[in-house]
Design a protein. Structure first.
Length: 125
C-alpha cells in the first residue's frame, strides 16, 4: 500500500512538472537602439553546435527575417534597424536564446536550453 502511494505521488509530480512547463521558443522582447548586426553561434546544453536550427526574427508579431544555423551553429540576421524584436526557434525543441542588450548593443547568449514543453519523453529500458 505504501509503495502504491509513493508511485501515485511520483506520477502526480511528474504530471505537474510536465503540465507546468511553458513553451520558451519565443524570446523576451529586446530593443535595438541603433543599427547593428545580429549574429552569433548557438549551442545545445552539452555544449555542441546546433546545425540547421531555423530562427525567425519578429517585429510587432510579424516575421521580418528568417535564417538557419550553419553546420557549426552560426547564424546571421544581417544588419537590423532600430526597433523592438523577439527571436523565435522554429524547427527544433530548444528555447529561444536570451538576448542581452547593454550600452546600445545587443548580443545573443548562445547556449540554449531544451524546451520542455515541446520535448518528447524518452523511455529507457
Amino acid at each position: 500500500m505504501a509503495r502504491m502511494k509513493t508511485l501515485l505521488l511520483g506520477g502526480c509530480l511528474v504530471l505537474a512538472v510536465c503540465c507546468a512547463a511553458s513553451d520558451c521558443s519565443l524570446s523576451k522582447e529586446f530593443r535595438i537602439t541603433r543599427t547593428q548586426m545580429l549574429n552569433g553561434t548557438l549551442e545545445d546544453p552539452f555544449p555542441l553546435p546546433i546545425p540547421g536550427l531555423q530562427l525567425e526574427l519578429l517585429n510587432s508579431g510579424k516575421v521580418v527575417r528568417q535564417t538557419r544555423t550553419s553546420d557549426n551553429g552560426k547564424f546571421d540576421f544581417g544588419e537590423l534597424p532600430t526597433g523592438k524584436y523577439k527571436m523565435r526557434v522554429v524547427s527544433m525543441q530548444f528555447c529561444a536564446p536570451k538576448i542581452d542588450c547593454r550600452s546600445g548593443l545587443c548580443l545573443v547568449v548562445g547556449r540554449l536550453r531544451i524546451n520542455e514543453k515541446l520535448s518528447k519523453p524518452v523511455t529507457v529500458y
